[in-house]
Design a protein around this ligand. Structure first.
Ligand code: N01
Length: 547
C-alpha cells in the first residue's frame, strides 16, 4: 500500500466502528491501558447498527436493563431507560451519553470508512486506509463492525425502473419518511419486517406486505417502565449481570431446565401460555430441549401457529401467516407489537409469495404472477408509491469482507474465507497477525444479547493485548492447526442444535446469492464460550503463536 507520509498517523491500535463494541474497546485500551487508540467510524455519529437503523418502530428485542454495558456501576446508576425495550433513538442517546461520560469522542474519527487494511511484514504493523485518504499505522487492528450492518438489497428485475421512493430499513433516512396518504409495499417479514409493518400501517394509506417465508412471533409486550421497575433493575443489576454471564444467551433469565418432552401436555401449554403473556424472547427459554429436538420444538411451534390463527380474522391470511416451514427459533425469532393484528386492518393486505411470486418491479409497483387450476397464468400489478425493503443483511461476514483486508503474503481475507469464515476462538484468522474480530463468525454473537457478547470479547481482547505488552511481545497469531480445531468445535456445536437444519437462514449466509453456506455463529452458548476463552488466557494463549 502506497502511503503518503503527510496523511499518516501511528497508533497502538485502530478500532473499526463506534457502536457498543468500538466504544468499549476504546475505553479499555485507551483509558485502562493508556494506549494510543483511534476509532474509525463510517457514520457521522456513534451508535453502530443503531445509527443506521432508524426505520419506524426500530426497537431492540433485548430488554433495556440488559441491552447495556455492565462495566460501570455509575453508568448503570445514572442512566434511566424509559421502556421495557429500548427504541433506536434511545439507544443512540445512551451511546452518546457513554461517549460523553468517558470523553471518547476525541478519539473517534467520524465519516471515515475503512476501505483497506494491510499487514506489513517488514514492521509488523497494520496499514489502514480510510475513504478520506487518511492512513493509520497500528500494531493492533480490531474490527467492531457489528453483525448486521451491510444491507441486503435483492436483485429483483426492474428495481431500477421504480419511480417511487425506495428504502432499505437498514439505511433509513434520519430525517424520517412521510408515509401519510401513500401506498406502501413492504418486502420481507423477518424481525425487522415484523417490527415495521404495524407502524407503517398506522400512517400509510395502504400497506401491501410481500411475504416469502412465514415467521413465528411472540408479543413483545413493551411498556413504559415505572419508577419502581427501574429501581428494581438498578438494585438487581449485579445479580442480572451474573445471570447474563452464566447462561448461554447473555439475557437476564435462566433457561427452564425442564424438557418439553418430559412435561404433560396440559402443564406444557400452561408454561407456553404464561410465556406468551409475559412476552419477549424469553418464550425461547420455556424448555431446555426446544432447540435440540424437533419433536420438542414442534410443541412450541404448534402453540404459536394456533395463536396466529386466533389473532388474524381472515382465514386465508391466517393460513398464509401460520404455514411456517421451519422449527421455532431455528431462525432468529422475532417479537412484535400487534404484528398479526395488523392484518385485520382494512388498509393492510398480505401477498403470499409462495402462491404468487414477484415477477418484476415496474415504474409504479410490483407484479406478481400465479397459475390457476387450469394452468392459466395470471398477473397482478400492485400499485405502489413507496417500496420498503426489510430484506435483511449480508450478516456477520459481509462488512468484514467489503473492506480489502490483507494479511501475510498479501492474502485477502476474502480469499482466506472463500469457502466460508474460518478462525480461532472466533477472534483471530490464521495469517492475519494482531487482527481481532469482535463478535465475528465463530463466536456466539447473534445468538446472544449482543452487549453481553461484546463485553466478553472486548475484555478478552484487552487482556490479551495487555499480556503481550507486559511481556514485551509484539505479535499474536493463530496457527492453522488451532483454526482447524475451532472450526470443528463450531460445527460440532451447531450440529447439536436445529439451527443449521434451516436451509434458508442468514445464520448460514443462505440469503446472499453466491455466499458460501456455513453456519457462522458458535452455538455452544456464551457461558461455555467464555470459559473456553478464559482457559486459553489463563494458560498463556498457548494455542496461539506469540512472538
Ligand atoms: O432480516 P431477515 P431482518 N423477495 O434476513 C425476505 C436483527 N434485528 O432485517 O425468509 C422476497 O431476518 C426474507 O424472506 P426469506 C435480528 O437479529 C434485531 O428482518 O429469506 N422476500 C425475510 O422475510 C434479525 O434476525 C432487532 O424467505 C425477500 C426478510 O426479507 C436480523 O436483524 C430488530 C427477498 C429478511 O429477514 C435481521 O432481520 C430487528 C426477496 N428477494 C432486527 N429477500 C433487535 O431487536 C429477502 N426477503 C436488535
Amino acid at each position: 500500500m502506497n502511503t503518503p507520509q503527510s496523511n499518516l498517523e501511528i497508533l497502538d491500535a485502530v478500532v473499526i466502528g463506534a457502536g457498543f463494541a468500538g466504544l468499549y474497546q476504546l475505553y479499555c485500551l485507551r483509558d485502562q491501558q493508556e494506549l494510543k487508540v483511534k476509532v474509525l467510524e463510517a457514520g457521522s455519529g456513534v451508535g453502530g447498527t443503531w445509527h443506521w437503523n432508524r426505520y419506524p418502530g426500530a426497537r431492540c428485542d433485548s430488554e433495556s436493563h440488559v441491552y447495556c454495558y455492565t462495566f460501570s456501576k455509575e453508568l448503570t446508576e445514572h442512566w434511566n431507560w424509559s421502556e421495557r425495550y429500548p427504541g433506536a433513538t434511545e439507544i443512540v442517546d445512551y451511546l452518546n451519553h457513554v461517549a460523553d461520560r468517558f470523553s471518547l469522542r476525541s478519539s473517534i474519527e467520524f465519516n471515515s470508512r475503512v476501505v483497506a487494511a494491510q499487514f506489513e511484514e517488514g514492521n509488523g504493523y497494520w496499514n489502514i486506509e480510510v475513504d478520506t485518504g487518511q492512513h493509520y499505522r497500528a500494531r493492533f487492528l480490531i474490527t467492531a463492525v457489528g453483525c448486521l450492518s451491510s444491507a441486503n438489497m435483492p436483485n429483483i428485475d426492474g428495481l431500477d425502473d421504480f419511480k417511487g421512493e425506495c428504502y432499505h430499513t437498514g439505511q433509513w433516512p434520519h430525517e424520517g419518511v412521510q408515509l401519510e396518504g401513500k401506498r406502501v409495499g413492504q418486502i420481507g417479514t423477518g424481525s425487522t419486517g415484523i417490527q415495521v409493518a404495524p407502524v407503517i400501517a398506522q400512517t400509510a394509506e395502504h400497506l401491501t406486505v410481500f411475504q416469502r417465508t412465514a415467521n413465528y412471533s411472540v408479543p413483545a409486550r413493551n411498556h413504559a417502565l415505572s419508577t419502581q421497575e427501574r429501581n428494581n433493575h438498578k438494585k438487581n443489576a449485579a445479580t442480572t449481570r451474573d445471570i447474563s454471564r452464566s447462561n448461554g444467551n447473555g439475557h437476564g433469565w435462566h433457561i427452564n431446565k425442564q424438557r418439553a418432552l418430559d412435561t404433560l401436555e396440559e402443564q406444557r401449554t400452561a408454561i407456553y401460555e404464561k410465556a406468551w403473556q409475559t412476552g419477549g424472547l424469553k418464550f425461547r427459554a420455556s424448555f431446555s430441549d426446544l432447540l435440540s429436538s424437533n419433536e420438542a420444538n414442534s410443541t412450541a411451534a404448534e402453540f404459536l401457529k394456533v395463536k396466529i390463527q386466533q389473532l388474524v380474522n381472515n382465514p386465508a391470511t391466517a393460513a398464509s401467516l401460520s404455514q411456517i416451514d421451519h422449527p421455532y427459533a431455528a431462525k432468529r425469532p422475532p417479537i412484535d407489537t400487534h404484528y398479526f393484528e395488523t392484518y385485520n386492518r382494512d388498509n393492510v393486505e398480505l401477498v403470499d409469495l409462495r402462491k404468487t411470486p414477484i415477477s418484476m418491479i415496474t415504474k409504479d409497483g410490483v407484479v406478481c404472477h400465479s397459475i390457476d387450476s387450469q394452468g392459466l397464468e395470471h398477473e397482478t400489478h400492485h400499485d405502489l408509491d413507496v417500496l420498503v425493503f426489510a430484506t435483511g443483511y449480508d450478516a456477520i461476514t459481509g462488512t468484514l469482507l467489503r473492506m480489502d483486508i490483507r494479511g501475510r503474503n498479501n492474502v485477502k481475507l476474502s480469499e482466506a474465507w472463500s469457502a466460508g469464515p474460518r478462525n480461532h476462538l472466533g477472534v483471530q484468522v490464521a495469517g492475519f497477525p494482531n487482527l481481532f474480530t469482535i463478535t465475528g463468525p465463530g463466536s456466539p454473537c447473534v445468538l446472544t444479547n449482543m452487549p453481553a457478547a461484546i463485553e466478553q470479547h472486548v475484555e478478552w481482547i484487552s487482556d490479551c493485548i495487555a499480556y503481550l505488552n507486559d511481556n514485551n511481545h509484539t505479535t499474536i497469531e493463530s496457527p492453522e492447526s488451532s483454526v482447524e480445531y475451532w472450526v470443528t468445535e463450531v460445527n460440532k456445536a451447531a450440529e447439536e442444535t436445529l439451527l443449521p437444519k434451516v436451509k434458508h437462514s442468514w445464520y448460514l449466509g443462505a440469503n446472499i446469492p453466491g455466499k458460501p453456506q456455513v453456519f457462522m455463529p458458535y452455538a455452544g452458548g456464551l457461558d461455555t464460550y467464555r470459559s473456553i476463552c478464559d482457559k486459553e488466557a489463563n494458560a498463556g494463549y498457548k494455542s496461539f503463536t506469540i512472538s
